[in-house]
Design a protein around this ligand. Structure first.
Ligand SMILES: [Zn+2]
Length: 312
């Protein structure tokens, strides 16, 4: 039994290295999930009204966008392509066809940045074509548990992973729970480019009430980026950002945390706190200032409240 398992794993590794480039991820036992239940796919109908673009960043590195709202890097190599976050089924089909017609190649790897459906719908489009789906180990449970209508990852990693495809190297890193506990940072050293979805920004306030966030890990992640040789950061949304913008976002989060904690300790209720938070002038110029700032305060208030005890 054990010998059979070892042979199966060895064969899978061999097939992986021959057909799909090379990686040092962990094999997921996908047999377990063949008959899993899935919810209806909201992206299954065609969506011609959502434009899909694929534009060059530098050399073999491209960036796909979906209606300007969602984005991810795409790497085109002589041995196939790597796509980050297909976003949804109807746009994934068009992205797949665009890669085929423009570069005469197919997608060999799809990387999920984290287990939030709005970024990872459409994974099955590429998996059916033979692509290997990669994600952080913690992404498997919510994908299966929430019955998400996308592909279950084929390979996962815990701390770091390396993918070699064509003559290119792609590094995956996990720093800490930040935005979800499965956030993979995808680094392209040759291009000084980093995929940092939802936890990074470009002069923009974080989304809504900071859903599925972990304050300390978020700060740790943004600090880690400061140690990286990086020039372009794709944030998974709208325009790409810079390393300096990630420092600015870190300072925004620290400032918000400090103010909310101080007001909570003074005994202020939530509906007073949001009126008393002072936003620096530079944040007033950021996108989302008008409609996200009160929700950001609410998210931070919830975090602070559930991580303190006071006298008791
Ligand atoms: Zn997310």
């Amino acid at each position: 039994m054990r010998r059979k398992y070892i042979l199966t794993v060895a064969l899978a590794l061999l097939i992986n290295s021959l057909a799909y480039g090379k990686d040092d991820g962990e094999l997921v036992d996908s047999k377990k999930y063949i008959h899993r239940e899935i919810l209806p796919d909201p992206g299954s109908k065609s969506c011609p009204e959502i434009p899909v673009t694929l534009t060059q960043v530098s050399g073999n590195l491209y960036r796909h966008t979906k209606g300007g709202a969602y984005s991810g890097f795409v790497l085109i190599t002589k041995d196939g392509a790597l796509v980050i976050d297909p976003a949804q089924t109807c746009t994934a089909i068009r992205l797949r066809d665009e890669i085929k017609s423009r570069f005469h190649t197919s997608v060999k790897y799809v990387v999920y940045t984290h287990a939030h459906f709005d970024h990872i719908g459409g994974g099955q489009v590429f998996q059916k074509d033979g692509a290997t789906i990669v994600a952080h180990r913690n992404a498997v449970e919510p994908i299966v548990g929430e019955k998400l209508p996308t592909a279950v990852p084929d390979r996962t990693f815990e701390k770091d992973m390396k993918i070699e495809l064509g003559d290119e190297i792609v590094e995956l890193h996990y720093v800490a729970p930040s935005h979800s506990n499965s956030l993979a940072l995808v680094y392209f050293p040759k291009y000084k480019a980093l995929q940092c979805t939802d936890v990074c920004g470009a002069d923009s306030l974080p989304f809504n009430e900071l859903p599925d966030f972990y304050y300390e890990g978020w700060i740790e992640t943004l600090k880690w980026i400061q140690t990286l040789d990086v020039e372009v950061v794709d944030t998974g949304h709208r325009s790409p950002g810079t390393k300096a913008q990630q420092r600015a976002l870190m300072e925004y989060m620290q400032d918000l945390h400090e103010q909310v904690l101080s007001l909570v300790r003074k005994g202020e209720p939530w509906d007073q706190i949001y009126r008393d938070i002072k936003f620096k002038d530079e944040y007033k110029k950021w996108s989302g200032y008008d409609n996200m700032r009160i929700l950001n305060v609410l998210g931070m208030y919830r975090w602070v409240n559930s991580h303190r005890r006071g006298v008791w």
